[in-house]
Design a binder for this molecule. Structure first.
Ligand code: FES
Ligand SMILES: [Fe+2]
Length: 440
């Protein structure tokens, strides 16, 4: 078992912490390409407890540098984005995208001091609308081959939002599939989707399997009047990805998140929904973008973001109106009529509960059989972090980008079929291949 203290330690992600140093050895998807314009204003970012600014140079390249100038620590958030990089507005020192100082306009013309000055800078790569960075030691590996970031743009919807939760509470919310029919249930039975989900047994039995990429969390439910079991296999992929299987033939999208730690108590939820082999329906993209009948769906709608967040707050652009300070817009009357939870929408329901979990010390938890996936992933994470701290050893996922070619699966199996073997061929597919099975 993992102790409460060991679990808490995993939520400490700043420089010099064991979990933070481990997480630095992986690429982080940390920004949407459209958050920074060529030659435009720098954007405040915080990753693994470090304050940084992202910007797009006039030639289109994205940079990520220290939040403070190397001279007398003026904020680089106000820097001028010109030429080869950012120029501090205090005394005009300019830095290239790699952090090298290239100009000191207030120094004597023959001074060579600038050659010895750098600010912290991290390499960035951009792929299909997502900017990635690497805060680790040495040369970065290849970008992970995550399918959601490799399929054509019309096949996928990606969103970014800040959660006031540590990264562990965040990803654990999506490992735990037992909550779905309850927290996301509705009282009005007009929803076909809702009826289908609630008809299935609310008492899943869990079976968890450690894999090269992370952990498979299988949940099986009985199906009324059938000699079959309904299996939903969620995947946890190192170091912070969760993959959720499709819901039905009508809602056949694969979904999931990268839970990128901002600091010990904030997480950047990078949400993705995609079809590997065809474009998303316009109706679905519209629902994600604008919500459905005034409620939030699987992604934050454009109206979910709070326009009043000051522009110097890290990730202001991704901060929503649904947070602790607004009580997540919980409405007790809706609990009587519409939503089981009284919380206005899918992701809001998740984050409100994940945030609550963080407010109470973990020592007060009572984990049970439906938390088997959470317990195993905590143990795996503890062991990986410890192995890296002791010997620099990293799991395969940190060095082999192909390990990320994995999918979550939902399927009916005969009661005596072994799920790992039976579903394996659907878990490991090349980018863009059809699912290859009928969704129950
Ligand atoms: S503080 Fe930036 S140039 Fe002086
Ligand atoms: Fe959920």
């Amino acid at each position: 078992m993992i102790t409460v203290e060991e679990t808490e330690n995993l939520t400490h992600v700043g420089p010099g912490t064991a979990a933070g140093e481990y997480l630095r050895q992986f690429w982080l998807p940390f920004l949407g390409s459209d958050a920074v314009e060529a030659g435009g204003q720098p954007f405040p970012v915080r990753l693994l407890g470090e304050d940084l600014v992202a910007f797009r140079r006039e030639d289109g390249k994205v940079g990520l540098v220290d939040v403070a100038c190397a001279h007398r620590r003026a904020p680089m958030l106000y820097a001028r984005n010109e030429g080869c990089g950012l120029r501090c507005v205090y005394h005009g020192w300019q830095y290239d995208i790699d952090g090298q100082c290239t100009d000191m306009p207030a120094e004597p013309a023959n001074s060579r001091f600038k050659q010895h000055v750098r600010i912290k800078a991290y390499p960035c790569r951009e792929r299909n609308g997502v900017v990635w960075t690497y805060l680790g030691k040495g040369d970065p590996p290849e970008l992970p081959e995550v399918e959601w970031n490799l399929v054509p743009a019309q096949n996928v919807h990606v969103s970014f939002r800040v959660q006031e939760t540590d990264w562990l509470s965040s990803y654990e919310g999506e490992i735990d599939s037992a909550h779905a029919p309850i927290l996301h249930g509705r009282l009005d039975t007009t929803s076909k989707r809702s009826r289908t989900t609630m008809a299935r047994s609310g008492r899943p039995i869990f079976d968890v399997m450690q894999q090269d990429f992370g952990v498979s969390i299988g949940a099986r439910r009985t199906v009324p009047d059938r000699d079959e079991l309904y299996w939903r296999v969620n995947q946890f992929v190192m170091p912070f990805y969760t993959l959720v299987p499709p819901k039905s033939e009508e809602w056949a999208e694969l979904t999931g998140h990268a839970w990128v730690p901002i600091d010990d108590s904030h997480t950047l939820a990078v949400g993705f929904t995609y079809l590997p082999d065809r474009p998303l329906k316009d109706r679905m993209v519209d629902v994600f973008t604008h919500g459905h009948k005034g409620r939030e769906t699987g992604h934050p709608s454009v109206d979910a973001y709070d326009p009043d967040i000051p522009r110097n707050v890290p990730y202001w652009k991704y901060t929503t109106k649904f947070r602790h300070a607004t009580n997540y817009r919980f409405d007790h009357s809706l609990q009587q009529t519409t939503y089981f939870s009284g919380l206005p929408g899918l992701w809001v329901q998740d984050v409100a509960c994940q945030n609550g979990a963080q407010a109470v010390p973990r020592g007060h938890e009572h984990l049970t059989s439906s938390d088997a996936g959470i317990v195993i992933v905590r143990q795996v994470m503890r062991d990986c972090v410890a192995a890296y701290a002791e010997s620099g050893e990293l799991p395969t996922a940190a060095t082999d980008p192909t390990v990320y070619r994995v999918r979550a699966v939902a399927s009916l199996l005969k009661t005596d079929e072994a799920w790992v073997e039976a579903l394996g061929e659907f878990m490991f597919k090349d980018v863009g291949e059809p699912l290859g099975y009928q969704i129950p």
